[in-house]
Design a binder for this molecule. Structure first.
Ligand SMILES: Nc1nc2c(c(=O)[nH]1)N[C@H]1C(S)=C(S)[C@@H](COP(=O)(O)OP(=O)(O)OC[C@H]3O[C@@H](n4cnc5c(=O)[nH]c(N)nc54)[C@H](O)[C@@H]3O)O[C@H]1N2
Ligand SMILES: Nc1nc2c(c(=O)[nH]1)N[C@H]1C(S)=C(S)[C@@H](COP(=O)(O)OP(=O)(O)OC[C@H]3O[C@@H](n4cnc5c(=O)[nH]c(N)nc54)[C@H](O)[C@@H]3O)O[C@H]1N2
Ligand code: SF4
Ligand SMILES: [Mo]
Length: 694
């Protein structure tokens, strides 16, 4: 037996926890992955999904070689070709497209298959910027919330996850912690042991809600109304921290005026949460120290998602919760990492005037047709798409329009993937991608404060190549000779670390590589806004935002109703009365892992949960196959009648691959390409449907 070695890896997935992984390697084969106990947040365990990462790496169904389509688009039939042929064919098509339509006819499409800085936002950006391709606005997940949070707080910065252990009241707001952020849970348990109360605010009774002391179930998309009424009570009863407000906030008098009209009774009608409960929650929140809010992205996938996050983010400044390291609000820790992104991505190479295409409206871009069936005016039209780190056929809204676009015979589609996904089925060329054990990277977390190093544990399997390697090959074949397109992964990492920001002091390539995880150079008890210093234009927590006002938005916190709900759109609700949300299934990560048998078997099959009150009049029983539909499309799944969801709300856990679903479609056949109030984000959970037994 060869000598066993242990290598530091970092989980690449789009999950706030960014675990530190110890990979045991036996000769040239990785044999085990374990959570690193030396990293406080990972605490020695991995989630159900990534603890089976070895299966993923050595899955015989991985894409192993470059492939060329032989069947019809959508069929997924391919023949093996060489890398040389694949690169020659791709670049010949691109050169012809550029000659005829210009480089903006080429669209890169990527999201978070890997969150690594090198493989996720490094050489790809440099390459497409050099080319002058269309820019992609990466809005599919978090832009509404981050823009909303920024309006109030300035940057995505909050208390350190570990400090939750000291809180006395924890509000888990629009987050399913036990599923989507499980490494926060041990700290919450510690807090509970020490007497903290945990309240989860979620329309669906998730495993997190069930494990909390209290579960409040608002109607989807109504959270801002709840927060406004809480502020009504807090200010009305003089429970706010007048000293903190005076010193460190902007616009208190206008906020006081604004929330005057937001009586708990009014919010109760909108949210479906009783007025007395709202009053009690507001008093408890203002009266408990430290009180912390874990807000996450679930609640911002609605028309008013940006404003909802902005509004909730006002709460801790109003009560002075920020004074304590264990108080405040945490959306994401990503703003705490002042890395040298321009050196990594080279935005200076973007030709002036280059257009930006919103990834949440991919169907519209590919079909050049808007939601009313009118020409969408993309000039030049998108003639070629290069997909990597993403599975848009499964994850993008309005699946029907996305596949209609990908079916175009004149569209040239390249997909760089680890597996034969719903998206590779539509590719002209498929390229084999490495997994995290096969390439080098640095991963920036968004749920803790350590930067993570990923050492390649093994050589690429079969003919797989990393994203950065493929862009170097493409650059050479395109005839681009600029040196920045040929830098190594190590050089890219050194570029992004090159900054003299004090929080990154001591964060060298050598140290990261040796230690695997390095915490930012921040005080042990990081209390970012204990004394104000908000990174907003005014330096204060902005209850009043002149920035929003300049953009034509309400400068004060307000409630923007969902685009599709019984209250806001009664006419549509006559035909489609149920609000459908589709948050992540426990054993999948977006659409990743759906193809891994052991994990898919636990999830069994795609389902939709519906409340007994909604099921009875439709004659739907658990186990029945139902059709879920609206004007955009439909999908068929098994029904589960359950009181975990509230009346009027259906829940279809995601994101199943369409090809593992009974009718070859998934929930995104019904979701909409309409975007949020801020950040032009996707509105997956703002979706009215009807459900019928088949
Ligand atoms: N296991 C697992 N973990 C994941 C993921 C995964 O797919 N699987 N995905 C990762 C990614 S990309 C992300 S962005 C995060 C997402 O994780 P979260 O930010 O936690 O977001 P979601 O899971 O979309 O939604 C969280 C909860 O919000 C609820 N919700 C929906 N609408 C509303 C609303 O209007 N108001 C309120 N208060 N709650 C609402 C949903 O029912 C859900 O339980 O998780 C990451 N972690
Ligand atoms: N209905 C509904 N739709 C949703 C959501 C929802 O809650 N409901 N959530 C939304 C959210 S929050 C998000 S973030 C998006 C997620 O959308 P995506 O970022 O597209 O996430 P995944 O579905 O995990 O697909 C990532 C793909 O990248 C591949 N990959 C992994 N590593 C590499 C690599 O190194 N190189 C290459 N070339 N490929 C790699 C994986 O095999 C996988 O197929 O989905 C969104 N869609
Ligand atoms: S998906 Fe999240 S919880 Fe699972 S190993 Fe990766 S970072 Fe950790
Ligand atoms: Mo996401």
């Amino acid at each position: 037996m060869a000598k066993l070695t242990v290598v530091h890896a970092a989980c690449p997935h789009d999950c706030p926890d960014t675990c530190s992984i110890a990979v045991t390697v036996d000769g040239d084969r990785a044999v085990k992955v374990e959570g690193n106990a030396a990293h406080a947040n990972t605490a020695g365990f991995l989630c159900a999904k990534v603890s089976k990462y070895i299966d993923r790496v050595y899955d015989p169904n991985r894409v192993q070689y470059p492939m060329r389509r032989v069947g019809a688009k959508g069929e997924g039939k391919f023949e093996r070709i060489s890398w040389d042929d694949a690169i020659a064919e791709i670049t010949a098509r691109w050169k012809a497209t550029i000659a005829e339509h210009g480089p903006q006819a080429i669209l890169p499409y990527s999201y978070a298959g890997t969150m690594g800085l090198v493989q996720g936002q490094g050489m790809d950006r440099r390459f497409f910027h050099r080319m002058g391709a269309s820019l992609l606005d990466r809005t599919i997940c978090a832009t509404a919330g981050s823009v909303g949070y920024k309006a109030t707080i300035g940057l995505s910065i909050g208390p350190e996850a570990n400090r939750f252990a000291e809180a006395k009241l924890i509000l888990i707001w629009g987050s399913n912690t036990l599923t989507s952020n499980v490494h926060l849970w041990p700290f919450i348990l510690q807090a509970k042991k020490a007497g903290a109360r945990v309240v989860t605010i979620d329309p669906y009774r998730t495993r997190t809600a069930a494990a909390s002391d209290e579960h409040l179930a608002p109607l989807p998309g109504t959270d801002a109304a709840l927060a406004l009424a809480m502020m009504h009570v807090i200010i009305g009863e003089n429970l706010h921290d007048a000293d903190y407000v005076e010193k460190y906030t902007l616009g208190f008098e206008q906020l006081r005026e604004r929330v005057r009209e937001w009586t708990p009774a009014r919010a109760a009608e909108i949210t479906g949460i009783e007025a007395d409960t709202i009053i009690r929650l507001a008093r408890e929140y203002a009266g408990t120290t430290p009180a912390v809010i874990r807000i996450n992205y679930g609640l911002q996938r609605h028309a008013g998602g940006g404003m909802a996050v902005r509004t909730i983010a006002c709460l801790p400044a109003l009560t002075g919760a920020w004074r304590d390291a264990a108080g405040g609000i945490l959306l994401s820790s990503s703003g705490t990492f002042p890395l040298n992104y321009p050196a990594l991505e080279r935005p200076d190479l973007i030709p002036p005037g280059t257009r930006t295409i919103n990834m949440s409206r991919l169907g519209e871009a590919l079909t050049n047709t808007d939601e009313f069936g009118q020409p969408a005016g993309f000039d030049p039209p998108v003639k070629a798409i290069y997909v990597y780190n993403s599975n848009p056929v499964a994850v993008a809204p309005d699946q029907g329009q996305v596949t209609r676009g990908l079916a175009r015979e004149d569209l040239f589609t390249v997909v760089h993937e680890q597996f034969f996904t719903d998206t590779t089925d539509w590719a002209d060329i498929v390229l084999p991608a490495t997994t995290q054990l096969e390439h080098m990277d640095v991963v920036k977390p968004y749920g803790h404060l350590s930067l993570m190093f990923n050492e390649p544990a093994i050589a690429p399997l079969a003919e797989a190549r990393s994203n950065s390697d493929v862009f170097r090959l493409l650059a050479r074949a395109m005839g681009y000779d600029e040196l920045y397109l040929y830098e190594t992964d190590e050089q890219l990492i050194r570029a992004v670390l090159a900054t003299d920001h004090p929080w990154l002091e001591g964060m060298t390539f050598e140290r990261l590589r040796a230690e695997g995880h390095v915490r930012l150079n921040l005080p042990e008890r990081f209390a970012p806004f204990a004394e104000g210093n908000f990174p907003t234009p005014s330096g204060k927590c902005e209850f009043y935002s002149a920035t929003l006002e300049r953009r034509g938005l309400d400068p004060l916190p307000t409630y923007i109703p969902p685009r599709e709900s019984v209250q806001s759109n009664p006419k549509l609700a006559e035909r489609f009365p149920l609000a459908l949300i589709s948050p992540p299934a426990h054993n999948f990560l977006n659409s990743s892992f759906v193809n891994q048998d052991k994990l898919r078997k636990v999830e069994k099959e795609p389902i939709v949960e519906i409340h007994p009150w909604d099921a009875a009049p439709r004659r739907i029983e658990t186990g029945a196959t139902v059709r879920v539909f609206n004007d955009r499309g439909e999908f068929s799944v098994r029904a589960v009648v359950s009181e975990k969801t509230r009346p009027g709300v259906a829940m279809a856990p995601g994101i199943w691959w369409a090809k593992f679903s009974p009718d070859g479609r998934n929930v995104n056949a019904t979701t909409s390409q309409a975007v949020t109030d801020m950040g032009e984000g996707a509105t997956f959970y703002d979706n009215l449907v009807e459900i019928a037994a088949i």
